[in-house]
Design a protein around this ligand. Structure first.
Ligand code: TRP
Length: 481
């Protein structure tokens, strides 16, 4: 058996944890989790979310790391190799193809949005938001996204940054990058937390997140939606179904416990999300903007509206808001960069394996294609804002190119890939092989639990997540985020 992936290997457990946590911690930790908690039952939501992490997140992340380490190649070739070794159909490699396609599509628009964050670093530092009004903040955002050239410039810079890291490979690119970026991310997060404690209404803000108005969970129907939203978030936030965790697992040294690192990553991801809420809520509350978020229009409540309109408005009212607003946007850029690296890596490794290209060559070509695809997203916000490619299908009649790309990747390919992955691990892969990989020859009591999860509970739950996100994409569940 080969000892090390031909692409390289992490120098230890800590680097792997940093890299995988870096891929997991991204925009959704900042702009979705706090909102879900504040809107859907606070502490109760957090508990439901924890259960979802345990039932879906943990078994799936373990499975992806395990498959990666067994195959030690790109997701496509790892799954194919394992299938062939065990006399199974090589078509299981389709899982890898879906994952690679999904991560590619996500990269194309993730980069555009990361580009907005870079633009906002400068806008905040230079005081554009000083004492700005709500209309003013919307205008600044509108001005940015209405200008395709500006968006293109930032998108290009961000893709180049991602390229610069990935083209250097695991040892000289990814590893040094996460070693610098992840501690910086943590430091910035703590600085922002200190600022929120100092400037914001800290305890009231946390109360708002953890103890929101009673009655949110009032009806069983609502509770059902809350659980669905929590399951979807638990899956998306851990970067599952995209091949990212799998390829990182391919570089994991064989003496590291997959169970331990998985639990650590899941907890760190959740910690980042909760701290993000502990920063955002007190800041909104102290400027009275919580009303904008939770009682009026939903527009500024989560997603881009929160980060690019409501929060700048809040920073504009606080003392030292320019400085700390800028720090906040740097934080977002770093969180996005550690995710985009993980999005580019699966396709690059595949090209290197398939065509024996140099990494630099493979990374150039795939970055170029992601860059071109990103043009579709850029134009969706301005020139093509009325262009609806699937207009002839009623359900998609008003979806822009960006909406369609996002939907295909996040709502269809990721959950479907996750579902296929657990079915593969639970029903196709010989369980002795899984047991060897997970236990590493030691007494291991978690195996039975993992096996029940990947055979029964996780497939059922992921199927539900898949149907839910499909319905949501088609607009049947418009009233839930
Ligand atoms: N986990 C990222 C976030 O929370 C988004 C994401 C989904 C992702 N799938 C991914 C990032 C795959 C990297 C790789 O924002």
């Amino acid at each position: 058996m080969i000892k090390e992936s031909s692409h390289g290997q992490w120098s230890g457990q800590a680097v792997f944890i940093m890299a995988a946590t870096g891929s997991a911690v991204g925009l959704s930790n900042i702009w979705r989790f706090p909102y879900l908690a504040g809107e859907y039952g606070g502490g109760i939501f957090v508990l439901i979310y924890l259960v979802c992490l345990a039932l879906i997140g943990l078994p799936v992340i373990m499975t992806e790391i395990m498959i990666g380490r067994m195959g030690k190649q790109s997701p496509i070739n790892s799954i194919r190799k394992i299938s062939e070794q065990n006399g199974r159909s090589r078509h299981w490699q389709t899982i890898g193809w879906m994952a690679v396609l999904a991560s590619f599509l996500i990269l194309s628009f993730y980069s555009v949005i990361a580009g907005w964050s870079m633009a906002y670093v400068f806008r905040t530092f230079t005081g554009v938001f000083d004492g700005i009004t709500q209309d003013g903040a919307s205008a600044v955002f509108g001005y940015l996204v209405n200008d395709p050239e500006r968006l293109l410039a930032w998108h290009t810079i961000f893709i180049l940054l991602t390229y610069a890291v990935v083209s250097r490979g695991v040892k000289r690119g990814l590893e040094p990058a996460v070693k610098i970026l992840m501690p910086s991310l943590l430091a910035l997060l703590l600085i922002m937390l200190a600022y929120a404690i100092n400037e914001g209404e800290f305890f009231k803000g946390i109360g708002m997140m953890l103890f929101p108005d009673a009655g949110q969970l009032g009806s069983v129907k609502n509770l059902g939606f809350v659980i669905l939203a929590a399951m979807g978030q638990a899956f998306f936030t851990l970067s599952l179904g995209a091949g990212a965790i799998m390829i990182y697992g391919a570089y994991l040294p064989s003496n590291v416990s997959i169970t331990n690192v998985s639990i650590t990553i899941v907890l760190l991801d959740m910690l980042f999300a909760i701290i993000a809420g502990m920063i955002i809520f007190p800041i909104l509350l102290s400027t009275g903007l919580n009303d904008v978020v939770f009682n009026n229009g939903l527009d500024g409540a989560y997603g881009p509206g929160l980060v690019f309109q409501t929060l700048p408005l809040a920073f504009g009212q606080l003392s030292w808001g320019n400085l700390f607003g800028g720090v906040f946007f740097i934080l977002i850029v770093i969180a996005a960069l550690t995710s985009s690296i993980a999005l580019l890596e699966p396709i690059v490794t595949y090209l290197v394996e398939r065509y024996s290209w140099s990494r630099r060559h493979a990374a150039s070509l795939s970055s170029l294609i992601a860059w071109i695809l990103g043009l579709g997203t850029i134009l969706s916000f301005n020139v093509w804002s009325d262009f609806h490619p699937l207009a002839s299908i009623e359900l998609f009649a008003n979806k822009t190119v960006y909406h369609l790309l996002d939907m295909l990747a996040s709502n269809i390919l990721l959950p479907l890939g996750g579902l296929a992955t657990v079915i593969f691990a639970g029903w196709i892969l010989p369980w002795r092989m899984a047991e060897d990989e997970l236990s590493m020859g030691q007494e291991y009591c978690g195996f039975a639990l993992w096996r029940i999860a990947v055979r029964y509970s996780a497939p059922v739950l992921l199927f539900i997540v898949f149907v839910y996100s499909l319905l949501k994409a088609m607009g049947y569940l418009a009233d839930t985020p």
